[in-house]
Ligand binder design. Structure first.
Ligand code: FE2
Length: 252
Protein backbone atom coordinates (compact mmCIF):
# COMPACT_ATOMS: atom_id res chain seq x y z
CA UNK A 1 0.00 0.00 0.00
CA UNK A 2 1.24 3.51 -0.80
CA UNK A 3 1.23 4.64 2.79
CA UNK A 4 4.09 6.69 4.19
CA UNK A 5 2.95 5.79 7.68
CA UNK A 6 3.01 2.07 6.93
CA UNK A 7 6.45 2.33 5.35
CA UNK A 8 7.79 4.08 8.45
CA UNK A 9 6.22 1.45 10.67
CA UNK A 10 7.90 -1.29 8.64
CA UNK A 11 11.26 0.52 8.92
CA UNK A 12 10.85 0.99 12.66
CA UNK A 13 9.96 -2.61 13.31
CA UNK A 14 12.75 -3.87 11.01
CA UNK A 15 15.36 -1.72 12.78
CA UNK A 16 13.89 -2.51 16.22
CA UNK A 17 14.65 -6.16 15.53
CA UNK A 18 18.37 -5.29 15.86
CA UNK A 19 17.98 -3.84 19.32
CA UNK A 20 19.64 -5.55 22.21
CA UNK A 21 18.49 -4.60 25.68
CA UNK A 22 16.27 -1.95 24.14
CA UNK A 23 18.98 -0.18 22.15
CA UNK A 24 20.69 -0.24 18.81
CA UNK A 25 24.48 -0.10 18.84
CA UNK A 26 25.57 3.57 18.61
CA UNK A 27 26.67 3.35 14.98
CA UNK A 28 23.43 1.56 14.03
CA UNK A 29 21.53 4.34 15.76
CA UNK A 30 23.53 6.84 13.71
CA UNK A 31 22.40 5.05 10.52
CA UNK A 32 18.79 4.99 11.70
CA UNK A 33 18.84 8.74 12.16
CA UNK A 34 20.69 9.22 8.87
CA UNK A 35 17.96 7.21 7.09
CA UNK A 36 15.26 9.46 8.51
CA UNK A 37 17.10 12.62 7.54
CA UNK A 38 17.76 11.31 4.01
CA UNK A 39 14.04 10.57 3.78
CA UNK A 40 13.30 14.23 4.58
CA UNK A 41 15.91 15.46 2.13
CA UNK A 42 14.68 13.18 -0.69
CA UNK A 43 11.14 14.49 -0.17
CA UNK A 44 12.34 18.11 -0.11
CA UNK A 45 14.35 17.72 -3.32
CA UNK A 46 11.46 15.93 -5.08
CA UNK A 47 9.11 18.71 -3.99
CA UNK A 48 11.42 21.45 -5.15
CA UNK A 49 11.68 19.68 -8.52
CA UNK A 50 7.89 19.58 -8.57
CA UNK A 51 7.69 15.83 -8.93
CA UNK A 52 4.00 15.49 -8.37
CA UNK A 53 2.83 12.47 -10.30
CA UNK A 54 0.83 9.90 -8.45
CA UNK A 55 2.96 8.04 -5.87
CA UNK A 56 5.97 10.34 -6.36
CA UNK A 57 5.92 11.50 -2.74
CA UNK A 58 5.67 7.96 -1.45
CA UNK A 59 8.57 6.91 -3.69
CA UNK A 60 10.74 9.83 -2.54
CA UNK A 61 9.96 9.00 1.06
CA UNK A 62 10.59 5.28 0.63
CA UNK A 63 13.89 5.49 -1.28
CA UNK A 64 15.25 7.91 1.30
CA UNK A 65 14.18 5.90 4.29
CA UNK A 66 15.10 2.48 2.94
CA UNK A 67 18.35 3.14 1.04
CA UNK A 68 20.65 2.04 3.88
CA UNK A 69 18.52 -0.84 5.15
CA UNK A 70 21.45 -3.28 4.87
CA UNK A 71 23.59 -1.19 7.25
CA UNK A 72 21.93 -2.73 10.32
CA UNK A 73 22.74 -6.32 9.44
CA UNK A 74 26.16 -5.25 8.14
CA UNK A 75 27.11 -3.69 11.44
CA UNK A 76 25.62 -6.50 13.50
CA UNK A 77 27.52 -9.19 11.60
CA UNK A 78 30.76 -7.43 10.66
CA UNK A 79 31.04 -4.41 13.00
CA UNK A 80 32.01 -2.26 10.04
CA UNK A 81 30.42 -0.09 7.36
CA UNK A 82 33.20 -0.94 4.97
CA UNK A 83 31.67 -2.77 2.02
CA UNK A 84 35.10 -4.10 1.06
CA UNK A 85 35.38 -5.85 4.40
CA UNK A 86 31.83 -7.21 4.42
CA UNK A 87 29.36 -6.99 1.53
CA UNK A 88 27.97 -4.44 -0.89
CA UNK A 89 25.28 -2.73 1.17
CA UNK A 90 23.38 -1.44 -1.87
CA UNK A 91 23.03 -4.91 -3.40
CA UNK A 92 22.23 -6.48 -0.05
CA UNK A 93 19.71 -3.74 0.73
CA UNK A 94 17.81 -4.46 -2.49
CA UNK A 95 17.78 -8.17 -1.60
CA UNK A 96 16.52 -7.55 1.92
CA UNK A 97 13.75 -5.29 0.67
CA UNK A 98 12.75 -7.66 -2.15
CA UNK A 99 12.24 -10.38 0.44
CA UNK A 100 11.10 -8.60 3.54
CA UNK A 101 9.39 -5.31 2.68
CA UNK A 102 5.59 -5.29 2.52
CA UNK A 103 5.00 -4.84 -1.22
CA UNK A 104 1.29 -5.49 -1.08
CA UNK A 105 -0.54 -3.07 -3.36
CA UNK A 106 2.69 -1.56 -4.77
CA UNK A 107 2.90 -1.64 -8.56
CA UNK A 108 5.78 -3.72 -9.95
CA UNK A 109 7.30 -0.69 -11.72
CA UNK A 110 7.38 1.24 -8.44
CA UNK A 111 8.87 -1.72 -6.62
CA UNK A 112 11.60 -1.78 -9.25
CA UNK A 113 12.26 1.94 -8.84
CA UNK A 114 12.89 1.44 -5.13
CA UNK A 115 15.01 -1.68 -5.53
CA UNK A 116 17.11 -0.12 -8.30
CA UNK A 117 17.65 3.10 -6.35
CA UNK A 118 18.72 1.16 -3.25
CA UNK A 119 20.99 -1.15 -5.26
CA UNK A 120 22.81 1.70 -7.00
CA UNK A 121 22.79 4.39 -4.32
CA UNK A 122 26.33 3.48 -3.26
CA UNK A 123 27.93 2.69 -6.62
CA UNK A 124 30.51 4.97 -8.19
CA UNK A 125 28.10 5.69 -11.01
CA UNK A 126 24.53 4.89 -11.93
CA UNK A 127 24.86 2.22 -14.66
CA UNK A 128 24.05 3.42 -18.16
CA UNK A 129 21.45 0.72 -18.72
CA UNK A 130 19.16 1.86 -15.90
CA UNK A 131 15.89 2.99 -17.47
CA UNK A 132 15.06 6.68 -17.39
CA UNK A 133 12.04 6.17 -15.14
CA UNK A 134 14.24 4.39 -12.59
CA UNK A 135 17.23 6.67 -13.07
CA UNK A 136 15.74 9.72 -11.41
CA UNK A 137 15.06 7.80 -8.19
CA UNK A 138 18.69 6.68 -8.11
CA UNK A 139 19.78 10.27 -8.73
CA UNK A 140 17.45 11.57 -6.02
CA UNK A 141 18.59 9.25 -3.26
CA UNK A 142 22.25 9.69 -4.16
CA UNK A 143 21.93 13.48 -3.78
CA UNK A 144 19.93 13.26 -0.55
CA UNK A 145 22.42 10.77 0.90
CA UNK A 146 25.44 12.91 0.00
CA UNK A 147 23.87 16.09 1.43
CA UNK A 148 23.31 14.37 4.75
CA UNK A 149 26.80 12.87 4.88
CA UNK A 150 28.34 16.29 4.07
CA UNK A 151 26.37 17.83 6.91
CA UNK A 152 26.97 15.00 9.35
CA UNK A 153 30.73 14.94 8.81
CA UNK A 154 30.98 18.73 9.10
CA UNK A 155 28.89 18.71 12.25
CA UNK A 156 31.03 16.00 13.84
CA UNK A 157 34.25 17.74 12.87
CA UNK A 158 32.96 20.98 14.41
CA UNK A 159 32.02 19.08 17.58
CA UNK A 160 35.32 17.18 17.68
CA UNK A 161 33.61 13.77 17.53
CA UNK A 162 34.36 12.77 13.95
CA UNK A 163 36.41 9.71 14.89
CA UNK A 164 33.39 8.19 16.64
CA UNK A 165 31.69 8.10 13.25
CA UNK A 166 34.79 7.16 11.24
CA UNK A 167 36.70 4.92 13.64
CA UNK A 168 39.04 3.55 10.97
CA UNK A 169 40.29 6.94 9.83
CA UNK A 170 42.97 8.93 11.59
CA UNK A 171 44.31 12.44 11.35
CA UNK A 172 47.52 11.72 9.47
CA UNK A 173 48.08 15.27 8.35
CA UNK A 174 48.67 14.33 4.72
CA UNK A 175 46.57 13.20 1.79
CA UNK A 176 47.65 9.78 0.58
CA UNK A 177 49.66 9.77 -2.61
CA UNK A 178 47.66 6.96 -4.23
CA UNK A 179 44.40 8.78 -3.59
CA UNK A 180 45.78 12.07 -4.91
CA UNK A 181 46.95 10.29 -8.07
CA UNK A 182 43.60 8.61 -8.50
CA UNK A 183 41.69 11.89 -8.16
CA UNK A 184 44.07 13.65 -10.55
CA UNK A 185 43.55 10.90 -13.13
CA UNK A 186 39.88 10.06 -12.77
CA UNK A 187 38.27 12.91 -10.82
CA UNK A 188 37.11 10.38 -8.23
CA UNK A 189 38.58 8.66 -5.22
CA UNK A 190 38.12 5.15 -3.81
CA UNK A 191 37.89 4.22 -0.17
CA UNK A 192 40.53 1.58 -0.88
CA UNK A 193 43.03 4.43 -1.22
CA UNK A 194 41.75 6.39 1.75
CA UNK A 195 43.47 6.12 5.11
CA UNK A 196 43.08 9.45 6.85
CA UNK A 197 40.35 11.93 7.62
CA UNK A 198 41.93 14.20 5.00
CA UNK A 199 41.58 11.42 2.42
CA UNK A 200 37.92 10.99 3.31
CA UNK A 201 37.37 14.76 3.01
CA UNK A 202 39.04 14.81 -0.40
CA UNK A 203 36.74 12.02 -1.62
CA UNK A 204 33.83 14.04 -0.27
CA UNK A 205 34.90 17.11 -2.18
CA UNK A 206 34.83 15.12 -5.44
CA UNK A 207 31.22 14.20 -4.65
CA UNK A 208 30.26 17.83 -5.23
CA UNK A 209 30.77 17.25 -8.95
CA UNK A 210 28.64 14.12 -8.80
CA UNK A 211 25.49 15.81 -7.49
CA UNK A 212 22.62 15.46 -9.93
CA UNK A 213 20.35 18.38 -9.12
CA UNK A 214 21.33 22.06 -8.88
CA UNK A 215 19.21 22.40 -5.74
CA UNK A 216 21.56 19.97 -3.98
CA UNK A 217 24.62 22.01 -4.91
CA UNK A 218 22.95 25.27 -3.93
CA UNK A 219 21.92 23.83 -0.56
CA UNK A 220 25.49 22.83 0.29
CA UNK A 221 27.01 26.03 -1.09
CA UNK A 222 24.69 28.05 1.13
CA UNK A 223 26.09 26.15 4.10
CA UNK A 224 29.67 26.85 2.93
CA UNK A 225 30.44 23.17 3.24
CA UNK A 226 32.72 22.97 0.19
CA UNK A 227 34.69 26.04 1.35
CA UNK A 228 35.16 24.47 4.78
CA UNK A 229 36.47 21.21 3.29
CA UNK A 230 38.84 23.08 0.96
CA UNK A 231 40.10 25.19 3.86
CA UNK A 232 40.76 22.07 5.98
CA UNK A 233 42.60 20.34 3.16
CA UNK A 234 44.94 23.15 2.19
CA UNK A 235 48.58 22.41 2.84
CA UNK A 236 48.06 18.65 3.04
CA UNK A 237 49.89 17.77 -0.15
CA UNK A 238 47.21 18.14 -2.81
CA UNK A 239 46.59 21.87 -3.16
CA UNK A 240 46.50 21.61 -6.96
CA UNK A 241 43.59 19.15 -6.78
CA UNK A 242 41.69 21.23 -4.24
CA UNK A 243 42.11 24.33 -6.36
CA UNK A 244 40.89 22.64 -9.52
CA UNK A 245 37.94 20.98 -7.75
CA UNK A 246 36.91 24.28 -6.16
CA UNK A 247 37.11 26.01 -9.54
CA UNK A 248 34.80 23.38 -11.04
CA UNK A 249 32.44 23.61 -8.07
CA UNK A 250 32.22 27.40 -8.45
CA UNK A 251 31.13 26.87 -12.05
CA UNK A 252 28.22 24.56 -11.22
FE1 FE2 B 1 24.47 3.82 1.89
Amino acid sequence: MYSIEKTEKWFDSYTDSFKTEGNLLPLQEMKRRHSKRVMGLACAIAESLEWSEENDMWLAHAVGLLHDIARFIQYRDYRTFSDRESFDHGDRGAEILAEEFDWEGIMPEDRNKILTAVRFHNKKEIPADVTLSQYRWCALVRDADKIDVFRLVQHKIDKGTIYDALPKFRDSGMISQELADEVRKTGRGSYANAHSLQDFRLIQLTWALDLNYPVSVVTLKEENIFDKIAEDLKGHGADDIIESLMKKISEI
